[in-house]
Design a protein around this ligand. Structure first.
Ligand code: NG6
Ligand code: CA
Length: 509
């Protein structure tokens, strides 16, 4: 009888969602298995408070992000694993905590960090029948240490589960400043080969340090090596002129690729998984001229408005293809916000009343909450009822959650299945989470976060962010004290002991 009801249910869904070719049944559990298209939108350095629904200033209008949050689930306790990019991305794509791999911010010349034998999110989805693609920032290393950028570069995203990759290797502020499609530098002229060096400059090349008069954007700290498009970068690059990207066109460029990926795969035999890793609002912030001045907050605000427009275009494409009700969108950011991350771009001076942290303490690089506590939204028209959620969820959980959704039995070491929270069927997420900032870790459990004692600077003065280092262990109740104003460790010795012991065990120390 239950089986009959199940099949009636499937027929109902087939008629009502347009998911015709994507619903199958898992007979063992009589569990409905759905294979919608999945789009993971991953921002770079977007703070919890940088979107309208989370309290952004009225001048920083993000109507398209707000519409997703209001039409889906806006998570109030959504996390990256880390306060910087590479480790967070590593966890999102592998379902493994980044400190197990010692993942830290990589130079643009770094070799591939993910082992090609590892389980990965895109590989899992490939084996569940998905066409997979990544468009945007990568920052997980490419090829080998002695790679030649003028030949096919592998391993890269394609070797760890992406059928298509169209990426920038590391960050917008790091060389090489070129796009790489399926392992090949785009538009490369063989007569003008690319050379990359992160240790020393090539003879006679001007740098941000030696020739500041040649730059149109001034460096504040770091970012004083090769000058490309007037912007001094991290690392030295020679050649590759025809392949060099245009910074102000980057948002449009990636968006065009995203649109064609969706159009090509929207109504094919297989569902698709697209990772759209946006470069905004990471430095250098280079809005297209049509967005310049839109926020009144300088380039940082303008590129957030630009990125929001891109989300609007993404949704337009999805609607035009008639797949909105068969597409799950998960949106988040790789780490928390930073204002001055190495260039003079008036992010501090023009901030006004806006609080990128949304009231949280710290920021990018920090063990305090704003380091990894980021915007986190799930949206699936007709399937997810609009709400907000307090469930504790993390990007490391994408693997187990999406495996559950698509009926895969693959597992990843640290990934927990929080699919019911992602779909709004449950207000429970994970119980606890280990968070990381520059190799240092903290332990979140329920409403509490325990930050062990760490040596090191209290504040990174260059970026003006409190790092969370302290000679004393710290305990905060984030529900009662989201700004982490009061360390309650001394008042709660038993709780500290219990949490610290749990932390040590989970951390394997
Ligand atoms: C830092 C850079 C910063 C940014 C960061 C990576 C300097 C002084 N600072 O080393 O500008 O590029 O690395 O950011 O070079 S992330 O979001 O990719 O982790
Ligand atoms: Ca980042």
């Amino acid at each position: 009888m239950r089986r009959v009801i199940f099949y009636i249910g499937v027929v109902y869904l087939l008629l009502n969602t347009g998911c015709t070719k994507t619903i199958t049944s898992s007979t063992q559990q009589n569990k409905e298995v759905l294979k919608p298209n999945i789009i993971f939108v991953y921002f770079d350095d977007l703070g919890f408070g940088d979107i309208g629904v989370n309290g952004a200033d009225k001048n920083l209008k993000t109507p398209h992000l707000d519409a997703l949050a209001l039409g889906g689930i806006n998570f109030k306790n959504g996390y990256a694993t880390s306060a910087t990019c590479t480790p967070s991305r590593y966890a999102a794509f592998t379902g493994q905590y980044p400190w197990r791999k010692n993942a830290q911010i990589l130079p643009g010349s770094a070799p591939m960090l993910i082992d090609t034998t590892q389980v990965t999110l895109p590989k899992m989805l490939q084996s569940a029948g998905y066409t997979t693609g990544i468009i945007g920032k990568w920052h997980l290393g490419l090829g080998t240490n002695d790679k030649d950028w003028n030949r096919p570069i592998y391993p890269g995203p394609n070797e760890v589960g992406f059928d298509l990759s169209y990426i920038l290797a590391a960050t917008q502020d790091r060389v090489p400043t070129v796009y790489i499609e399926d392992g090949n530098v785009v538009n490369l002229d063989p007569n003008d080969p690319i050379e990359i060096n992160y240790k020393e400059n090539f003879d006679g090349q001007p740098t941000g340090k030696s020739h500041p008069e040649l730059t149109s954007m001034k460096w504040h700290h770091g970012h004083n090596a090769s000058i490309i498009n007037g912007i001094p970068r991290i690392g030295y690059m020679k050649g590759g002129k025809s392949a060099t990207w245009s910074d102000i066109d980057m948002a449009d460029h990636f968006l065009a690729k995203v649109k064609s990926f969706i159009v090509e795969n929207a109504n094919g035999e297989k569902p698709f998984f697209l990772t759209y890793t946006m470069q905004q609002p990471h430095v250098p912030r280079t809005p297209h001229p049509r967005f310049v001045g839109k926020s009144g907050m300088g380039p940082r605000g303008d590129v957030i408005i630009e990125a929001d427009w891109c989300i609007g275009e993404l949704m337009k494409t999805i609607r035009q293809q008639g797949i909105e009700e068969n597409t799950l969108i998960i949106l988040s950011s790789d780490n928390g916000p930073v204002l001055n991350d190495g260039y003079y771009d008036e992010a501090v001076e023009l901030l006004g009343q806006h609080d990128p942290n949304g009231g949280l303490r710290g920021g990018k690089y920090s063990l305090f909450d704003a380091g990894a506590h980021v915007p986190f939204i799930t949206y699936w028209k007709g399937k997810i009822q609009p709400s907000t959620s307090d469930a504790l969820v993390c990007q490391v959980d994408l693997f187990a959650s999406l495996a559950d959704l698509v009926g895969s039995h693959q597992k990843a070491q640290d990934s927990e299945n929080v699919m019911d929270a992602f779909l709004g069927k449950s207000s429970e997420g994970r119980e606890s989470l280990i968070l990381e900032a520059s190799t240092k870790t903290s332990y979140r459990k329920g409403d509490y976060v325990l930050i062990p004692a760490y040596k090191g600077k209290k504040v990174n003065k260059k970026v003006n962010i409190e790092l969370g280092n302290s000679p004393e262990m710290a305990l905060y109740n984030l529900k009662l004290d989201p700004s982490q104003k009061k360390n309650i460790a001394e008042d709660n010795p038993e709780l500290v002991k219990t949490l610290y012991n749990e932390y040590l065990i989970k951390r394997g120390i």
